[in-house]
Design a protein around this ligand. Structure first.
Ligand code: ZN
Ligand code: ZN
Ligand code: ZN
Length: 555
């Protein structure tokens, strides 16, 4: 399509009036600037992929997947998230905007909105409509993302000639990377739908190839029985399949192989069960291949970008935990998906014509009840009790807990009007609460929003809190639990959200055009990814970017 357009413009300029001449010059310039650029950038985010999944399962991987990326590309082995909270929406946004929640404003998956006094979901947008299904799963857009993404910058830089497509099973993992100017973002509508959908923010109707994929009901082919790919006895990197730390699917007493998805679907939200199995990754990969083919990505000199996020790894980690056989099998299978995708890129775009990066949106904690059974310091802080205790502390001191508007995401939000009415200063009340909470069991420390706004912390956990703190959107008191302690989750399955290494340390590998072969243990932070890709494309960084290009790669 784009080639046709180019030819048309060149053709018409022969019989030119002045404006078409200008267009011709402009188009040629873009082509010249971009001739050294890769034809396609492939961003791969693996949801909840801890750094050690790359090393723990390395001997189980084939040579064409993760190993091809690591041995043929550049591996940043000491890459961390430099902020708290380490959740999916902030993670994907930080990777693509090259900054942190303090700047891009995506402070959680959900957060308490101070103005409306309601919870909002990161990508909620009531002003748009679902495209592709009859459900409300498409009432979404990146409107809460306050800065541009590297994908936005590519669209601007190529004067909208470079295409951008986002693909994931999770809405937020497709929308936030695809950004504001993408041609489309697609995500999976589970339940009774089993369709890839989008929103009118991007498109008014599904393109034919997406419509055909949905109508073919190919989705049913992914509803298989999940058994281990290899003999389960060879899975020596994980604990017993039957253990106390996994959450079985609804309708099962045990979390043990095999899992018959067709049977389990009825009690596990229909097609949504796909999300929590490796077949969720397969369908995303197959859909991404279709996007590359049907959208003609990487077919001319003007760089295109596909942002792919494999989210099933996260659902599986939450349900079965970091040390489960289910997680090991998932990564062994994901390795094959990566291999297949790279092979496809070789044939469709050509070896040496594309650039890939692979990273994760956060890590995960080993199941705290497992760690506690192993006699390490780990466990749970009961969320209900914690909230009650916070309210009680305020009530005891100030006579009413209506001063508190909300407690969520380890933050306390005070009601500014109620404070004013009671003639109390936010600073005084926040400091009082902080002094109380800090003494409670398994709370490592507490910090007030006032302190975060008026000081600068150059390193350590307080620096990470500060980088994740958005003055307008975040709360007034921030609570930090001890390492390996979690609240509102468990005692089965893994989760994430903290500023400790198990949540912050993730893989980062660059591969393909312009990428040298090598590795570094130098500390790299997540915002460096967008800065590096922008440098590789020699284009403007995202407008809030606080990262720096990784010199070993760009020089
Ligand atoms: Zn995630
Ligand atoms: Zn199991
Ligand atoms: Zn998660």
């Amino acid at each position: 399509m784009r080639k046709l357009l180019l030819t048309l413009i060149l053709f018409t300029s022969f019989f030119s009036c002045k404006t078409t001449e200008n267009t011709t010059i402009k188009t040629t310039n873009i082509a010249e600037n971009t001739s050294t650029r890769p034809k396609l950038v492939v961003g791969i985010v693996v949801d909840q992929m801890r750094y050690d999944y790359l090393t723990r399962f390395y001997s189980k991987f084939g040579k064409d997947g993760f190993k091809r990326l690591v041995s043929g590309g550049f591996s940043c082995k000491n890459t961390h998230f430099n902020y708290v909270p380490t959740y999916t929406a902030p993670g994907h946004t930080s990777i693509y905007t090259g900054t942190t929640p303090a700047t891009h404003g995506i402070i959680g998956n959900n957060w308490f909105d101070k103005e409306s006094k309601k919870y909002i979901y990161c990508t909620d947008d009531a002003s748009v409509k679902t495209v592709g299904s009859t459900s409300s799963a498409g009432l979404m857009s990146p409107k809460n993302e306050l800065t541009t993404t590297m994908t936005d910058q590519l669209r601007l830089d190529t004067n909208f000639q470079g295409k951008v497509i986002g693909v994931s099973i999770k809405d937020r993992a497709s929308i936030l990377p695809a950004g504001h100017l993408a041609n489309a973002a697609y995500w999976f509508d589970g339940n009774d739908q089993g369709r890839f959908i989008s929103s009118t923010f991007y498109i008014d109707a599904l393109p034919k190839w997406v419509q055909e994929f949905n109508d073919s009901r190919k989705v049913d082919e992914y509803m298989q029985t999940w058994n281990t790919l290899y003999d389960i006895n060879t899975y020596t990197e994980s604990i017993a399949d039957d253990n106390n730390y996994e959450k079985p699917f609804e309708g099962l007493d045990k979390a043990t192989f095999p899992y018959d998805l067709k049977k389990l679907a009825a009690k596990n939200q229909g097609y949504s069960i796909l999300k929590a199995t490796p077949f969720g990754n397969t369908i995303v990969k197959d859909f991404a291949k279709l996007a590359i083919q049907n959208e003609g990505l990487g077919q001319d000199v003007i760089t295109d970008f596909i942002a792919i996020s494999f989210s099933s790894t996260d659902y599986i980690g939450h349900r079965f935990g970091v040390d489960s056989k289910e997680v090991e099998d998932t990564y062994i299978r994901l390795d094959k998906e990566i291999a297949d995708l790279l092979n496809y890129l070789d044939s469709q775009v050509g070896k040496g014509n594309y650039t890939v990066f692979l990273t994760a949106d956060h890590g995960a904690v080993r199941v705290p009840s497992y760690l506690a059974d192993l006699k390490t310091h780990a466990g749970y802080v009961n969320q209900k009790k914690l909230k009650k205790k916070i309210r009680k502390a305020i009530r005891k001191k100030y006579g009413s807990d209506s001063l508190i508007a909300n407690i969520s995401n380890y933050q306390v939000f005070f009601d500014k009007k109620a404070l004013k009415k009671a003639d109390l200063s936010l600073k005084k009340v926040s400091n009082y609460l902080k002094s109380k909470i800090e003494n409670w069991d398994n709370v490592q420390q507490c910090i007030t929003g006032e302190t975060l706004k008026n000081n600068s912390f150059p390193n350590g956990i307080l620096h990470k809190i500060q980088m994740g703190y958005h003055p307008k959107r975040s709360g007034d008191v921030v609570i930090i639990l001890d390492p390996a302690y979690i609240s509102g989750y468990g005692p089965q399955g893994s989760t994430h959200g903290s500023g400790f290494t198990y949540d912050t340390h993730v893989p980062l590998v660059f591969y393909g055009k312009h990428i040298p072969q090598g590795k570094t243990f130098r500390p790299i932070v997540i915002p460096d990814i967008a800065a590096t890709i922008s440098a590789l494309l020699d284009m403007q960084m995202p407008n809030g970017c606080t990262g720096n290009p990784i010199l070993e790669i760009v020089e």
